[in-house]
Design a protein around this ligand. Structure first.
Ligand code: SAH
Length: 236
């Protein structure tokens, strides 16, 4: 048995607060640096507050907490990754979430992006292809008190299941795995006046984070913004 004293939770909390402060400053710097691509030199106060609020160390998996507040993607097992915090903030900002918005998310992964959207006041409907990720993400989000989210195992190419017809259309859709082209079902389930953020590109191509809008008349516009690297969206 080790004679080491038990870890001091206050010391951890202080170290975490410091790392998180640094992370928020880096996200702000990244936003400025990429403004020519994204058109968003500064993210909204609500998005930055949500980034400050969600405990990322709860989402990275045991043993990885020390790097939880680095502005980097990390492995979450099953060949999948939790996205870089700056990318999570950017995608959340581009969606222009208002409290009460219904948001479809494809690619729950760890549930971190789900939590940021819930923190912004959204009701989140999240689909994850890998059942072994969906279950733990659902349990984690419930344990942390995010009670406006639903996580199901399913293939995002089909959108939210038709058996649940009361749900679509969505005010916003976020996709955190990259398909080659925008899945038709997702465009269908986006409401008028809605916004979708999705990385588009084939496995050996440069992906572009893409903003898709549907105006009040139902006309769809697609705008490639920033080169990114997401795991591929797979058919299940
Ligand atoms: N947003 C996540 C990161 C997701 S990584 C987070 O914050 O942790 C991309 C996720 O998309 C992976 O978990 C992967 O299993 C999932 N995925 C890939 N193809 C999918 C599909 N067709 N439908 C639903 N989820 C899919």
């Amino acid at each position: 048995m080790s004679n080491a004293p038990p870890p001091d939770p206050e010391k951890f909390a202080a170290a975490r607060a410091k790392a998180q402060g640094r992370l928020l400053a880096e996200i702000e710097a990244n936003a400025r640096e990429t403004a020519n691509w994204t058109g968003r030199p500064k993210f909204s106060g609500a998005v930055m507050a949500a980034m400050a609020r969600v405990p990322r160390h709860e989402f990275v998996g045991p043993g990885n907490e020390a790097a939880a507040y680095a502005n980097r993607p990390q492995s979450i097992g099953f060949g999948q990754t939790i996205s870089q915090p700056y990318i999570v903030a950017l995608m959340s900002d581009l969606l222009d979430i208002a409290p009460g918005d219904r948001v479809l998310e494809i690619g729950t992964g760890s549930g971190y992006q789900t939590a940021v959207l819930a923190q912004l006041g959204a009701e989140v409907f999240s689909m994850e292809a890998v059942d072994a990720l969906a279950g733990p993400a659902r349990a984690r989000l419930a344990r942390l008190g995010y009670d406006t989210v639903r996580v199901i195992t399913g293939d995002g190419f089909g959108g939210w299941p038709a058996e649940d017809p009361a749900i679509p259309p969505f005010d916003a859709i976020i996709v955190t795995a990259a398909p080659q082209r925008t899945p038709h079902a997702l465009v269908e389930q986006l409401g008028r006046g809605g916004r979708m953020v999705i990385p588009l590109g084939g496995v050996h191509e440069t992906q572009f984070l893409t903003l898709i809008t549907k105006d009040a008349a139902g006309t769809v516009t697609e705008q490639g913004l920033l080169p990114v690297a997401f795991v591929p969206m797979v058919r299940t």
